[in-house]
Design a protein around this ligand. Structure first.
Ligand code: C2E
Ligand code: MG
Length: 390
């Protein structure tokens, strides 16, 4: 592998977060990476790592993940989603094989068991950088390029429930890809790839149309859910294409603009460009609902939240996991609800898996909730049956 000039690093595309599972590695371990011109920074929390990934290019961010394997998988998923252009490398764990598959599925690019051979580490980091600039050439990238034309995508719908009445009032559309060659590929695996390959705008357009068409059907069937939420990627937010595609879709599907909610992750808001702020204002003018997704994971400033034209805020499921047994998480969730109401947002609690979490949200005045306690994401016919029952 060559020297640094051959990588042609571009801003915003070459961060690497190295997650270590067994304590902070000594800095000597990374001396061998000196020739790569990477800023090496340590982060104590996932939020800090994400902020560092947004701020420094290119950078190697060392994040200590002292928890269990499952917490690590969750962390990798989260980081892969919020900083989609970031490559994640995970270092060290006891049971290697099954865990390696899981972290890779969650979005890690590489997994290196401890003790790490130094030359192996250097090689992996170099390869990761080189692959990013050359673009992904894997089987998944080849299959992804054809997936839209071949009709391999489907949407599943997860009910969003009114906390007071426990009735479904809306739904989140979640993309599913069943590839004939690769089987089911999770969205956290292929969405970052689609972003890198410039396929995401076309996918977002397909999702918008399919979801708008579906919500109109539910309305005709007089089901409870009146709106559908779709996830918009950071790379889809800049530029005017999203706006014109949403206007065009609403018009051709003859869907009222309030029947569509756009979820934009808090991580995307860290990029406070004028272009994104203008797009958000324009979307608001069109009348669609706007929600901050995965709130709590990216430290956005309250001052900024006051200025952006959102109407809802989704508390990330990471925080609900600790409710009601972890005092810190409970306090955090209660504070987020209070703060969000103070700013005029409706609050959606995400990842509700049991009755106690729902009761906690109810006690603290949370408006809406979503999670496996009510229902996992379902294919449309099963969703319709659920909505008819609820
Ligand atoms: P998200 O927007 O945070 O979506 C919620 C994720 O949490 C979904 O994962 C959902 O299945 C999962 N979930 C819901 N309730 C629970 C629960 O009670 N417990 C647990 N453990 N998980 C729960 P999924 O479907 O794998 O989607 C992952 C992410 O992929 C989404 O995260 C979103 O960021 C992205 N994504 C999905 N569909 C699209 C899409 O159409 N476009 C874009 N740009 N991104 C999408
Ligand atoms: Mg979402």
């Amino acid at each position: 592998m060559g020297a640094r000039q051959s990588f042609e690093m571009s801003p915003g595309s070459d961060e690497i977060i190295l997650i270590t599972l067994d304590g902070s590695p000594p800095p000597e371990e990374f001396e061998a990476l000196g020739h790569l011109d990477l800023a090496i920074r340590s982060a104590e929390t996932a939020a800090e790592a994400m902020t560092a990934a947004h701020e420094s290019h290119p950078a190697l961010i060392l994040l200590d993940a002292p928890h269990s394997n499952s917490a690590c998988v969750e962390l990798v998923e989260r980081l892969a989603r919020i900083t989609p252009k970031t490559s994640l490398i995970v270092l060290g764990a006891a049971d290697i094989q099954p865990f390696e598959d899981t972290v890779r599925r969650a979005g890690a690019r590489a997994f290196l068991p401890r003790p790490v051979d130094r030359s192996h580490l250097v090689e992996t980091v170099e390869e990761t950088l080189a692959n990013r600039t050359r673009g992904p050439a894997s089987a998944i990238a080849v299959a992804l390029r054809q997936a839209l034309d071949r009709g391999e995508f489907r949407l599943h719908y997860q009910p969003i429930v009114d906390v007071a009445t426990e009735r479904a009032v809306g739904a989140e559309a979640l993309l599913r890809w069943n590839s004939p060659t690769l089987g089911d590929v999770p969205p956290l695996r292929f969405i970052p790839l689609a972003e890198q390959m410039d396929l995401i705008e076309a996918i977002d357009e397909w999702v918008t149309y399919a979801a708008c068409y579906q919500v109109l059907k539910w309305r005709e069937q007089e089901l409870g859910p009146q709106w559908v939420a779709i996830n918009i990627s950071l790379s889809g937010l800049g530029g005017g294409r999203l706006l014109s595609s949403i206007k065009g879709t609403l018009a051709s599907a003859r869907a009222p603009s309030r029947s569509l909610m756009l979820e934009i992750s808090e991580g995307a808001l860290l990029d406070r460009s004028k272009e994104i702020a203008d797009t958000l204002e324009d979307l608001k003018r069109v009348g669609v609902r706007l929600a901050v997704d995965e709130f709590g994971t990216a430290k956005s400033a309250i001052e900024y939240l006051k200025q952006v034209p959102f109407d809802s805020l989704k508390i990330d499921r990471l925080f609900l996991r600790g409710v009601p047994h972890d005092d810190e998480d409970c306090e955090l969730v209660a504070n987020i609800i209070r703060m969000a109401h103070g700013l005029g947002f409706r609050v959606i609690g995400e990842g509700v898996e049991n009755r106690r979490q729902l009761e906690f949200l109810r006690t603290h005045g949370c408006d809406l909730a979503q999670g496996h306690y009510f229902s996992p994401p379902l294919p449309n016919d099963e969703f319709v049956a659920y909505a008819a029952r609820n």
